[in-house]
Design a protein around this ligand. Sequence first.
Ligand SMILES: [Zn+2]
Length: 449
Amino acid sequence: MTGRSMTSATNKLLPLKDLGNQPKGPYTLASAVLVDAGPEEAGVGCLTIENGRIIARSKVPDPRYPTYDCSDFIICPGLVNAHTHCAMGFFRGLGHGKTDMIENFLFPAEKALTPELLEDLSLSYIAAGIRAGVTMFSDHYYFVEGVGRAIEKLGARGIIGETVADLGGAFPGAESTKRMHTMLERWKFSDRIAPSVAPHAADTVSKKLLTELGAFAANNKMHLHMHLAQTTGELQRVQKREHISPVRYAANCGALSERTLAVHLIACDDDDIKILKDHNVTAGICPVSEIVYERLPAVDRLFRAGITTALGTDCAASNDTSDILAEMRIFSLLMRDRGVSLEDYSFKDTLAAGTVNGANLFGKSHVTGLLKTGSAADLVLVNLAVDILPASNPLANLLYSANAGHVDHVLVEGRFILRDRKLTMAGESDVKLSYVKAVETIKKRLQKA
Ligand SMILES: [Zn+2]
């Protein structure tokens, strides 16, 4: 299903290697198999890009513009990792088999963090994500400005929220709220980074503080990103303290709305699911992480209640990769396992969970997670290698045949951030060196503690 025959005879097809890394355009990526979660069927087509936006999606290229041959690629929108803690790359591989991981393992280790380490620690997870086609990372962490800097450095897009908690976590107390406001006051990121309000979880944030944060997010029309009902332990702690479920507690505090991403939702009953639906909350589901640290939430019941899902990977302790392509495949399989048919939850629905549903949280209408006119040109070029062909069902091929090794190029706002599988915005060896140094430093700090 390669599309050379679809191309107008008036357009000379240029090799993609002739396109610079930072083109302003207009330029056309032609003859690719276009796949997104929108209403248009997957098939061969062209995208014309100017100043970072898609200005046309067409069957044949416009003869006015330089046209590059993409007949060897599936092009899909940049994938969105809706829930990460990028700096936790230094926990990679260490979470397996830990019981009550969050309380007993992560929080004590995180006390060794310093703001200076955050940027370098984040690079590894962001690089891994970009190599798997992720263009947007929604991060929730301490000293999160460093994560924002790392995302900017590698050319990706991000939503960053300073983790706020007063009853638990690595840095409980008023300081965390102060850090959030300080970050917002001295905000100095490009348009590719957006802020979120990020309470840690229902068991670690008091009623007073969660109510304040809910009101702050509502008044400023900000995305609110929180762990919710993430473990049985959280459910027990909130029930003991508040005599209600974590979901009802968050609703009572005004933290739930159509701008809320509630992450994990493992410890939810049907009443909780109804509350989530009534408030139009998006469920942040991280299948691998949830299985590693406890269990998969009731994704079938969330779906049947009409709740939208955005996929994330969570942290490297409970998910050793930041690969949303893999997460989509696993999620699609788990939906089948839970009795949700492909007719009810299609491949497009799965792709939506890894693209448009998370992109909606960015809060700017041009960042759509779709291949449509007016959208940001955040794109993934997946190599139609022989192990993917024949591309006769491109959605199935993308979700079930392709893996991160097929992601050749990644563009954000029409510019290459991954080219021929290499980062373009920073030297690969420099990124590795900075990361390894930061990991050594934190290990030394942990030994002293
Ligand atoms: Zn998390």
